[in-house]
Design a protein around this ligand. Structure first.
Ligand code: TYD
Length: 211
């Protein structure tokens, strides 16, 4: 049985463009709520008025090329506000938090994709989140050749396939290195199958049976 109490857990969804994170976040939210759990769903960049402003700014048309380091700090700024104002308080209230992208996106996109020093990103992620990492990272893995056909990609449209391949490889490397905290799902599967796999793992975690 899942007890609605004492189940404060932090679950993040990661993946490249068109992996279906939004659909899977919603599916998990629904399942958890059906079982009477208090769940907060949020996303990055965004999730706070300040973060939303950053999101809108990033998505807007710009007359100036943003250097990778400036881009990095925007994602980190959004994250700092979200972690402190939304995620941590919800976890302290004992809720389950689902976040569509988090620290691993920065490793994948700005680290593996843009080539910014990953050790430095690790330190900056820690500062931004005051060391708050997720209990489970669900990686929806999809080849960029497929993912990019499923979505219009606002921020990284101009980046070629090679960029998106590095992002994907980055995610897979992190998952292989960290193992237990990650669930890697083939996101080319039908969405219903993906959500079953995710639910199986989340249920075990909530029942206290670990990964
Ligand atoms: P969004 O429209 O939310 O797309 P998605 O549905 O794929 O999440 O745009 C978020 C984009 O920002 C996405 O292309 C990944 C990128 N991103 C980074 O490059 N670094 C980060 O730290 C985060 C959180 C997102």
């Amino acid at each position: 049985m899942l007890s609605p109490e004492a189940t404060s857990k932090f679950i993040t969804f990661e993946g490249g463009e068109g992996a279906g994170k939004t659909t899977q976040c919603q599916a998990l939210l629904k399942r958890l709520r059906q079982r009477g759990m208090v769940v907060l769903l949020t996303k990055e960049p965004g999730g706070t008025p300040f973060g939303h402003g950053i999101r809108m700014w990033l998505k807007g048309t710009r007359r100036e090329r943003i250097v990778p380091e400036a881009e990095l700090f925007l994602f980190l700024a959004s994250r700092a506000q979200l972690a402190s104002q939304v995620i941590r308080p919800a976890l302290l209230r004992g809720e389950v938090v689902i976040c569509d992208r988090y620290t691993e996106s920065t490793y994948a996109y700005q680290g593996y994709g843009r080539g910014i020093d990953r050790e430095a990103i690790g330190i900056m992620n820690k500062v931004a989140t005051e060391g708050l990492s997720s209990d489970l990272v669900v990686l929806l893995d999809v080849p960029p050749e497929l993912g990019l056909t499923r979505t219009g990609n606002d921020y990284f449209q101009r980046e070629g396939l090679e960029f998106h391949r590095r992002v994907r490889q980055g995610y897979l490397d992190m998952a292989a290195r960290e193992g237990e905290r990650w669930l890697v799902v083939d996101a080319a599967l039908p969405p219903g199958e993906v959500s079953e796999i995710v639910w199986g793992r989340v249920r075990r975690m909530l029942e206290g049976k670990g990964g």
